[in-house]
Each structure stands twice: as C-alpha cells, then as structure tokens.
Design a protein around this ligand. Structure first.
Ligand code: SAM
Ligand code: SF4
Length: 327
C-alpha cells in the first residue's frame, strides 16, 4: 500500500536521525564548540525508533536511512540496525556517515542487515580535510570507504558538498576518481542553513558550474543509473567504472519528486527538511501510542507535506541545524 501526499507524491522513504552528536565539527554544519546537545532521555530509544519504523512500513515506506549527527557514535548502533533490518516491509536500509568510524563497524553493520552507506567527504587533501572538519583524519575516512566496499556495503556513494573558496578546486580531482575505480561521487549544493547562514550563502556553487568544470577537464558526461532512489542525477565519464551525481536543492529543487519524511533525533517527524513544521511522535510514543496510532500521525504529516521549498528565493533560517534534523 503506497502512502500518497496531497500533491500525488508517493512517500516511500524515511530518514532517521539517530543522534544529534557528532565526532566532527564541519565548518558549514556545526559551530566550533558544537551544538547544545539534548539530554539522553530526550532522544528516542531503540524501541521507539523501531515502533516508528514499523508504522512507516505499514504505510508502504520501504526505504530507511540512518543519519545524524554521526550515526556511528550512537552506542549500540549495530543493534539498532539489526532491529530495523528485521522489520517486515523494510527493503532497503542505508546509512549516511562521515566514515571516520566505518572501518571499525563495516563488517558488523553488514552482518546486521545494513545494505549500503553514503560517506561524506569534502576534501582529498589531509590538511584541508582537517580544516573543514576541524577534528577529522582523512586517512580514517579512506580506510572506512575501503572497508565498506570490502564487506559489500555497496554501492558506496561519496558525497562532496562543493563550497566556493574552500574545496571547489577539488571538483575535478573527485570526478577523476570515477575513472580509476568504482567510485560513485555525488556533488551537492551548499544550502544556506548551518552555524552561519550568510557564510553558507556565499559559499554556494551551482551544479551547472561544477558540471561544466568537469566536462571541460575530463570530457562529456553520459547519463547513467545507480541503485537508490534519491534526488541525484547520475552520469558517467566515457569508459569510467564509477559514476558522478549532482544534487541540486537550490538551483533545481526536486520537491516535485520528493518521496521522503524525516525523523529528528528527539522524535519529531518533519515532512520537509526546509520547513519547520513538525509532528511530535515522541510525545505520542511516551503516552502509550503503538504502531497503529503512530501510523495515523504519520499519515497526517504526509498530508501536510508542503508542495515545495522556497530556499532559493530567500535566505531563511531553519530553526534546527542539519546535525539535528539529519541531512
Ligand atoms: N554525520 C553524517 C555525515 O556527515 O555524513 C550524517 C549527517 S550530515 C548532517 C549529512 C549530510 O548533510 C552530509 O553529507 C553533510 O555534508 C550535509 N550537509 C550538512 N550541512 C549542509 C548544508 N548546509 N548544505 C548541504 N549539505 C549539508
Ligand atoms: Fe558531523 Fe556530518 Fe555535520 Fe560534519 S556534516 S559536522 S560529520 S553531522
């Protein structure tokens, strides 16, 4: 049974932020001192998350992605993966991670039922990587990607947020990786949300320019397909084993084909990343709501999903940071 919203979009995907904590402080995502963390009891328990997933599955949502904060810093994350993977109706279970702890967890995650990972990586230069993440080691992430490939958490997609004056000059280096090996690189437009909205606004680079830079350096891009039903448009360089994707939340919003809901770490369901409208599932869960009642509330949220966002026309601060909502 598919769950359809007021604009005839079929909702089949839920992104779950399993923690607001992170072991990095990426300059465009978090302030240096970190964000004010929620108390442990404010965060959904594994059982509560499982109930939400069961409710989602009963509505025809088949794809679940765990994100954060950094999902791998949540204690017991492998157990949570196991619980969610065994919910009937969940066909695709994926994770978005900064990759720093992936080498350590890849095998256990695979065995627990995770299908694939997306790894965020904004620079291939160790010093710059440290500057962007403030705390990270590039080597850890590269080892994480390798481990994920080895155990079959594939296709591993590498997400690079392109930022003017910070990493834009590495676009071609990232694209070149797809010629050498089965790298799936996705370039993402920086959104004006984060610790400093104005700075993020200035760093924005439209994907049309990124694409042009790649084609001038490495040749034409040919349309391609890859597993997953996210917002990216995929291409391949001639003869390349890997693919190149572009994600354009600003220059070409993909709201008309948006198929997702988001659950924040503190248990609020957001029908749209860029709208502050939320439904409090945690309150309902803690007042005794079971799968059926949560499914009813989710259906309500689906019907309130806005037609589109307007972030390109105005800079508006979303009241939460990405690490809370789950990017
Ligand atoms: N910690 C994990 C990670 O970094 O992959 C998962 C959470 S993070 C919030 C998810 C994604 O959101 C990352 O790929 C990150 O680069 C992206 N992100 C954060 N702030 C963003 C912004 N202002 N614009 C575009 N992408 C952003
Ligand atoms: Fe942490 Fe991911 Fe945000 Fe970087 S982008 S600070 S890794 S949540």
């Amino acid at each position: 049974m598919a769950c359809v919203d007021a604009f005839n979009r079929s909702i089949s995907y839920i992104r779950i932020s399993v923690t607001d904590r992170c072991n990095l402080r990426c300059v465009y995502c978090m302030p240096e001192e970190g964000v004010k963390l929620r108390k442990h009891e404010e965060i959904l328990t594994f059982e509560e998350i499982e109930t939400v997933v069961k409710a989602a599955a009963s509505l025809g949502i088949t794809k679940v992605r765990l994100t954060g904060g950094e999902p791998l810093v949540r204690k017991g994350i492998v157990e949570l993966v196991r619980k969610i993977a065994s919910v009937p109706g969940v066909e695709d279970l994926a994770m978005t991670t900064n990759g720093t702890l992936l080498a350590q967890y890849a095998q256990a995650l695979k065995e627990a039922g995770l299908k694939r990972v997306n790894v965020s990586l904004d620079s291939l230069r160790p010093e710059r990587f440290r500057r962007i993440t403030r705390l990270g080691n590039l080597e850890d992430v590269l080892r994480g990607i390798e481990a994920a490939r080895k155990v079959g958490l594939t296709p591993v997609k590498v997400n690079m947020v392109v930022i003017d004056g910070l990493n834009r000059d590495e676009v071609v280096d990232f694209a070149r990786l797809t010629l050498e090996d089965e790298w799936h690189v996705r370039f993402i437009e920086l959104m004006p949300i984060g610790p400093n909205v104005e700075v993020n606004h200035r760093g924005y680079v439209p994907m049309s320019e990124v694409r042009q830079e790649i084609e001038e350096a490495l040749g034409s891009l040919i349309p391609a397909r890859i597993t997953g039903n996210g917002p990216a448009r995929y291409y391949r360089l001639k003869g390349a084993p890997g693919t190149i994707g572009f994600i354009t939340p600003i220059s070409e919003h993909f709201c008309y084909r948006c198929n997702r809901l988001r659950l924040t770490a503190d248990g609020r369901l957001r029908p749209c990343l860029l709208s502050d409208y939320e439904i409090d599932l945690k309150g309902a869960l803690r007042s005794g709501a079971g799968v059926k009642e949560i499914a009813r509330l989710m259906k309500e949220a689906v019907l309130l999903k806005p037609q589109r966002h307007h972030i390109a026309e105005e800079i508006f601060p979303v009241s939460r940071v990405m690490s809370e909502i789950g990017g």
